[in-house]
Write a protein of this length. Structure first.
Length: 336
């Protein structure tokens, strides 16, 4: 745009118009003056230019009336909840890609009663987000996502910013995708891995992964001996077969069930000598994954006929047992 003064008291503003636009195109100018705003009509137009008569050269801007919906550059901002639970909880914000909006989100998260850490993933959407359109978030493997969809609006002036809450029971790798509801087109996608957040040490019952983590994969019995728990059991009359020790309770088995990872079915078959039919029967009877794991562990304990002790379970799991499971079993042994 270029100001073309007709005389010192009556400057004009001209705007180049693409060839092919004629009288059917209407233009007005937003003129800020005296602390207020005025929308002024154009003075004249031609096939190539539009002119306004303005009282000053204060900030102005052309307004073009269009039936097309507003579109915005979008960004997806990820935050991971920090808590004492092994489960995962994420807040996934759908935002306009501008600095002030993203800062507002950061402030809102910072002042939340919960503690979060931002997960760094490429945030920019690959397609412009459309005002009034609905978008849904998809997780693979499946997770609990609330709400199911969000209608995109420019929320710059809104105090509360829209976000999806994603909940996963176990810290496995997963993929998040933002999909346009009408077209089913993916506009943003990211692969999240455990290492993206584990170094923050947010789950206090999970140990930091480090260069020395390989050492933690020692045989379970060696770890028990290092902690002095093996000798302690000998003093109390326990033996390698668990004689004199109590079988694990349902409450203790539930703790172990929550610590089993996504490979628990393979572990049940390989270590606990379960049949696939047993696992399928349990899954058909119970939908909750944690309860499925608990029922498998109970079946093993009952089959041991009074010898389903913490020591027997650690010996049965062997090197398949994670460090967290070994810690829990050590705690049970110390209590006996």
């Amino acid at each position: 745009a270029q100001a073309v003064p007709a005389d010192p008291g009556c400057p004009q503003l001209s705007l180049a118009v693409p060839t092919g636009h004629g009288a059917s195109v209407a233009f007005k100018v937003l003129h800020i003056k005296g602390g207020g705003a005025a929308i002024e009509p154009s003075a004249e137009f031609s096939a190539s230019h539009v002119k306004w008569v303005v009282s000053s050269l204060s900030p102005v801007g052309p307004l073009i009336h269009s039936q097309e919906p507003l579109q915005y550059h979008g960004a997806v901002i990820l935050y991971k909840a920090i808590d004492e639970h092994p489960s995962l909880s994420f807040w996934v914000y759908l935002a306009t890609n501008n600095d002030s909006f993203i800062k507002d989100i950061s402030k809102a998260v910072k002042h939340s009663k919960r503690k979060f850490v931002q997960i760094e993933k490429p945030p920019v959407c690959q397609k412009l987000l459309q005002e009034g359109k609905k978008y849904r978030l998809i997780c693979e493997p499946e997770a609990e996502i609330t709400p199911e969809e969000i209608e995109f609006v420019d929320g710059s002036l809104l105090k509360l910013k829209s976000y999806f809450e994603v909940y996963l029971e176990k810290p496995d790798d997963f993929t998040l995708s933002l999909v346009e509801q009408d077209s089913d087109e993916t506009v943003w996608k990211a692969k999240l891995r455990e290492r993206d957040w584990i170094h923050y040490d947010q789950n206090r019952n999970e140990q930091k992964r480090s260069t020395g983590s390989v050492k933690r994969r020692k045989p379970a019995l060696s770890i028990l001996e290092e902690e002095g728990l093996h000798s302690k059991k000998q003093k109390t009359g326990g033996t390698a077969d668990g004689v004199g020790a109590k079988s694990l309770t349902d409450q203790q088995l539930l703790v172990i069930a929550k610590l089993l990872d996504r490979h628990w079915r393979e572990m049940a078959i390989e270590c606990l000598q379960m049949e696939m039919k047993d696992i399928d029967d349990i899954r058909a009877m119970e939908d909750n994954v944690t309860m499925q794991k608990l029922l498998v562990l109970r079946k093993w304990r009952d089959r041991e006929q009074g010898h389903g002790t913490a020591e027997a379970l650690q010996r049965t799991l062997g090197e398949k047992a994670t460090y967290e499971i070994l810690q829990a079993l050590q705690g049970f042994l110390a209590q006996s």
